[in-house]
Each structure stands twice: as structure tokens, then as C-alpha cells.
Design a protein around this ligand. Structure first.
Ligand SMILES: Cc1cc2nc3c(=O)[nH]c(=O)nc-3n(C[C@H](O)[C@H](O)[C@H](O)COP(=O)(O)O)c2cc1C
Length: 177
């Protein structure tokens, strides 16, 4: 059993990263191995709508770090999409990654896996509604089961550590897997 965690914040050891780590720690207690990928450390080129992934092997032909990320997603049972809110949506690298999930429409390899969102923001859960909807619709399209979301309120770097009530939000998600 494996969790792949995608961290779409440029700030390591900050709010997104800390919440993701806490979920992975609890996942380990439940017997899950994990792989964490910092998207800002990866070269992820944009989808160019070439539609090569709709033919033949149903794979993306772009050569970049998505090659290894596809492998990690393929072998995961649970995928964590961690991103701070940037203007009511995900960060740029996270949106680029979402677009690159296109091969999975045809090859269906994400079907049956579970998806979790980890989304800190300054304004709090209400401002995350467009993003949560984006993911729910995308998960539905890809056949991923939407397990739940940690919608935390934090702004400064690592501020989440000073907010036990926000950290406790992960428990609602942990009990679902
Ligand atoms: C470019 C940019 C845009 C942002 N837009 C929003 C926003 O629309 N609403 C909000 O509540 N917070 C917004 N924030 C604040 C971040 O979501 C918040 O600081 C978050 O805790 C950062 O998570 P991190 O520490 O994991 O990077 C924005 C931050 C940046 C840098």
C-alpha cells in the first residue's frame, strides 16, 4: 500500500508540506509506504495538446520529470494533491501537473485510486471552493475517488505549527483510509 504525495508549494517545511508530512506519518502507522514529490524541484513541461497520449501506448511523449512522476502515480493507492491557494486556484506547477494527467483519461490507470487534497490558504475554507470543485470534477473524469480535503487556514511560513486546531483537521482525512 503506497501513498504518493505531490507538494505544490515552493516553501519546503511550510504549511502544505507540514500537513502532508503529518498525513504521511499517520499513513505509515497504518502500513502505507510513501513517496513525496516537490513539484517546484521537478521539470514539468506544459501539456501541448498533441494528443499522442490518445494513440498507441496511451502515454505522454514529452520527455521530462513527469516520466518518473507517472511511475509514482501508477504505483500509488492514494494520491495527495497538496497546494496552497494562489488566487483561488492551485499554484502554477500543480496546475501544469494536473494538465499532464491527460494520458490517464485514455489509459485509465488512475481508476480506483483515492485522492486527498491538502490546501492551506490565508482566507480559509470558503475561498477554496473553486479549487475543490476543480479537483472533484477532474477526479470524477479520471476515475479517482475523492476521499476528502484538509482545508487549513494559515498564511506565514510554517504558521500552521502554531495552530493546533488547524493541524487537527488532518484527523478527518486520516480516519478515511
Ligand atoms: C501568489 C500568491 C497568491 C495567493 N493567493 C491567495 C488567495 O487568493 N487567497 C488566500 O487565502 N491566500 C492566498 N495566498 C496565501 C497562501 O495560500 C498562504 O500563504 C499559504 O499558507 C501558503 O502555503 P505554504 O506555506 O505551504 O506555501 C497567496 C499566496 C501567494 C504567494
Amino acid at each position: 500500500m503506497k501513498i504518493t504525495a505531490l507538494v505544490g508549494s515552493p516553501r519546503k517545511m511550510s504549511n502544505t508540506d507540514i500537513l502532508v508530512d503529518k498525513i504521511l506519518e499517520d499513513g505509515a502507522k497504518k502500513g502505507y509506504s510513501s513517496e513525496k514529490i516537490y513539484l517546484y524541484d521537478q521539470q514539468i513541461k506544459p501539456c501541448i495538446d498533441c494528443r499522442a497520449c490518445k494513440r498507441g501506448e496511451l502515454e505522454c511523449i514529452i520527455i521530462d520529470d513527469m516520466r518518473k512522476i507517472y511511475g509514482s502515480l501508477d504505483s500509488a493507492d492514494i494520491i495527495i494533491f497538496g497546494t496552497p491557494i494562489y488566487f483561488y486556484g492551485p499554484t502554477g506547477p500543480m496546475k501544469t501537473l494536473i494538465d499532464r494527467l491527460r494520458p490517464y483519461i485514455a489509459n485509465k490507470k488512475l481508476r480506483g485510486k483515492k485522492g486527498i487534497l491538502v490546501v492551506p490558504s490565508e482566507e480559509g475554507p470558503e475561498c477554496t471552493e473553486p479549487l475543490v470543485e476543480l479537483y472533484k470534477m477532474s477526479f470524477h473524469y479520471l476515475g479517482l475517488e475523492y476521499l476528502g480535503a484538509v482545508l487549513a487556514t494559515a498564511y506565514e511560513k510554517a504558521e500552521i505549527l502554531k495552530k493546533p486546531g488547524e493541524l487537527a483537521l488532518i484527523e478527518d482525512v486520516i480516519k478515511l483510509f
